[in-house]
Design a protein around this ligand. Structure first.
Ligand SMILES: *Cc1c(COP(=O)(O)O)cnc(C)c1O
Length: 718
């Protein structure tokens, strides 16, 4: 592909609207509806096609500006208003952070993550972990926290899922043209593009650094696809979660070692280094090397690193905990050991899980825990589960001491609230909702909103979801060469008046997408009940190496389009942020059926709840903390069986019982003027209780208070 370097300065816009460039290159627009509407009003077609303001500005024809600029002033007044909002956001009189910590003089928080999910136009995420990192960065910006994110700019990102007519998942990888994304190469003080190097066994690999502005905070993204590198090394940052183990290890060295070097080059001395999952744990080794080069001993260097490092573990599932054969780890770490003048065995020791286990692989979770003063899980239950998994790494502590703490995840409300619900909240609760994100009383006033108004807002969002589902299915069916009759059927699939369940997440087997099909007859009776029918929308990708996950995609695809449940079950391909937004904003209920206790937190249910979709969930992850008996339902009574089949039977039976006795009647019965009053109580309770408790604003406040602000993490803990 021919790539023509373009920089922000090359983008031609008339001087009257020159600030559009600043706006385009700051992802603030992604959670600001007025800014998105402004871009859309420039050229709705280009905006809908690219969903990326940089592409919009590059592709707009010059003569179109005249019409906009002179068009009775409407565009110009929208423009001025958005710029005023943007400037106010970027340069506030005071931030929540300054109010809470007026005397803080310390450095920034450096937050390392292998994926960041900010907006669909930047495909450098795969799922929950990335979207969480993105929401964390947005919340840090809102708070005014001194914060820098470090990640990777993947040339191909994660795959797009295309499902063929037999239900087989195809993996489509396409290249991003970095010069047409809202990012720019970071320049060093000499005005040249900043490049850092990372030592690999055969020599140095270089990484260019890209800057992504997310409101008031910056993310720095590493990219090895540059001419300075040997062609064999350029694809190191090509694919997120690449399958080959050595390639994965190289990527993680680029993230950890390269990321630490970026901060060094910029002269940044972070107060806290936050390793979000184990992928970035090599940063601790690079930091030790730096300290030792400055004259410290191994023990002193290690203590300095540990005291300023925080590690967050995100999953108890083995596949999510990164491990490497010792031989491989040794090959890649030998140079780093030499640079530190120590035996490589000492570095390898840090990633060994069990003191006696010579054959244990090198584990990045272990390295992360050992190199941090404190480790946290992402929900109360997960903190306990992780403490049981890893307590042997905490000398003198047992699992009951809960050596792994927790900060329950949260989601960025402005990103996930749908248009109609947001407008209603602004009208009824006030425009200052964004300053009251953690205020329970403020959100409690949701209960006073008129039933009809809330029902209408929800149904508008549901209509928008159904339109998206239909158009995506039409694209897919056209690709499959379906007949015009089939196309007509699909063009009217899903009934807006029918109770609609959403189930969308990665198709990892522990999430049990197939659970509700355990008793097919009973499910069919529920879905095809003539008076009170139900429909379900599934969406989700299985990792390219996860064959059982792909089998699940195939099964559900076949049920959706080749069974007697056709029309009641649909499968939407290529689950990503845009699809997620429509789903959580438009469905009536959010279903979650993980095998307990493997769901560390889960965040999609929070997004749905804030939009008025009650959760119907196993008591796992965040849900035990949120469920209050009135804001949704718990599947099963929390009993854990050793036998997986019994567990599946128990959980699916509980699901059918709840659907038959509670969920379906609450939706269809007790209608007043067509409005289901009992259902609205559930919606309101869900929004009122979950929005303030599970916002990313609450999460970032907890991280700041309990982890980031203490001068050294270890002193605070003692
Ligand atoms: C929120 C989100 C997730 C996380 O969902 P879980 O509830 O953790 O399974 C995954 N993918 C996308 C695109 C999301 O927006």
């Amino acid at each position: 592909m021919a790539i023509e370097p373009i920089s922000a300065a090359d983008i031609k816009v008339p001087s009257e609207v020159s600030r559009l460039r600043d706006l385009a290159y700051n992802l603030w627009w992604s959670w600001t509806p007025r800014a998105r509407r402004l871009f859309s009003s420039i050229n709705a077609e280009l905006w809908a096609y690219y969903r990326n303001p940089v592409q919009l500005l590059i592709n707009i024809e010059p003569h179109q500006w005249e019409r906009l600029i002179s068009n009775g002033g409407a565009f110009m007044s929208d423009y001025r208003r958005v710029i005023r909002d943007f400037d106010k956001y970027m340069n506030p009189e005071t931030t929540p952070f300054q109010t809470l910590y007026p005397d803080y003089q310390g450095g920034a928080v450096a937050y390392f993550s292998t994926e960041f999910g900010i907006h669909e136009c930047l495909g450098i995420y795969s799922g929950g972990l990335g979207v969480l990192s993105g929401d964390h960065a947005k919340a840090a910006s809102d708070m005014g926290l001194p914060f820098i994110g470090i990640g990777i700019l993947y040339r191909k990102g994660y795959f797009h899922q295309s499902v063929d007519s037999d239900g087989d998942q195809d993996h489509v990888f396409s290249d991003f043209d970095f010069y047409r994304l809202p990012i720019s190469p970071l320049q060093s003080s000499t005005g040249r593009n900043l490049v850092v190097s990372v030592n690999l066994p055969w020599g140095d690999v270089h990484a260019r650094v890209w800057q992504l502005r997310v409101g008031r905070v910056n993310l720095y993204l590493l990219d090895t696809d540059i001419l300075e590198n040997n062609p064999a090394d350029r694809p190191i940052t090509s694919q997120l979660y690449v399958r080959g183990r050595s390639m994965r290890l190289c990527q993680e060295l680029v993230l950890g070692v390269g990321g630490a070097r970026v901060l060094h080059e910029l002269g940044v001395e972070p107060a806290v280094w936050h390793m979000n999952e184990g992928h970035s744990a090599f940063l601790s080794i690079e930091r030790m090397r730096e300290y030792m080069a400055g004259g410290l001993t191994w023990d002193e260097a290690r203590e300095n690193v540990v005291n300023s490092t925080l590690f967050t573990t995100h999953t108890p599932v083995p596949a999510g905990n990164e491990v490497f054969d010792f031989g491989l780890a040794e090959k890649y770490l030998r140079h780093h050991a030499q640079a530190m003048n120590v035996d490589v065995g000492r570095l390898l020791e840090l990633g060994k899980s069990y003191p006696e286990g010579g054959s244990q692989p090198f584990n990045l979770t272990t390295l992360g825990i050992r190199m941090s003063a404190r480790t946290n899980g992402v929900s109360k239950l997960h903190g306990e589960v992780a403490s049981h998994m890893w307590h042997h790494l905490f000398p003198g502590k047992s699992a009951e001491d809960l050596p792994i703490e927790y900060v329950t995840n949260g989601v960025h409300v402005a990103t996930w609230l749908g248009h109609d619900i947001r407008t209603l909240v602004e009208e009824e609760l006030g425009n200052d909702w964004n300053e009251n994100l953690t205020n329970q009383t403020f959100w409690g006033r949701i209960r006073e909103i008129d039933n009809q108004d809330l029902w209408d807002a929800h149904n508008n969002q549901k209509d928008r979801l159904i339109r998206l589902v239909r158009s995506r299915l039409l694209e897919q069916f056209a690709r499959h060469g379906k007949s015009p009759d089939d196309m007509r059927e699909i063009a009217s699939v899903l009934d807006p008046n029918v109770l609609t369940i959403g189930f969308a997440r990665r198709f990892a087997t522990y999430k049990r997408a197939g659970l509700i099909f355990q008793d097919y007859e009973r499910l069919r009776a529920i879905l095809k009940n003539a008076d009170m029918p139900v429909q379900i929308i599934f969406s989700g990708k299985a990792h390219p190496a996860d064959m059982p996950g792909q089998e699940l995609v195939r099964n559900i695809f076949n049920i959706a389009f080749h069974s007697d449940l056709r029309g009641h079950v649909v499968f939407l391909e290529d689950y990503e942020i845009r699809v997620a937004r429509h789903l959580v904003q438009g469905v009536d209920i959010w279903l979650n059926t993980p095998r307990r206790p493997r769901e560390a937190s889960g965040t999609s249910g929070m997004k749905a709840a804030m939009n008025g979709a009650p959760n119907l969930s196993i008591s796992d992850g965040w849900w035990p903390e949120a469920y209050n008996g009135k804001n949704g339902w718990v599947i099963s009574d929390g009993r854990d069986f050793d036998n997986e089949e019994m567990q599946d039977y128990e959980d699916s039976s509980s699901f059918y019982d709840l659907m038959e006795k509670e969920v379906v009647p609450a939706y269809y019965q007790h209608r007043e003027n067509g409005v289901p009053v009992k259902w609205l109580d559930l919606m309101k309770e869900s929004m009122a209780t979950i929005t303030p408790a599970f916002s990313a604003a609450r999460m970032i406040e907890e991280y700041a208070r309990d982890y980031y602000m203490p001068v050294t993490l270890r002193e605070h803990q003692a």
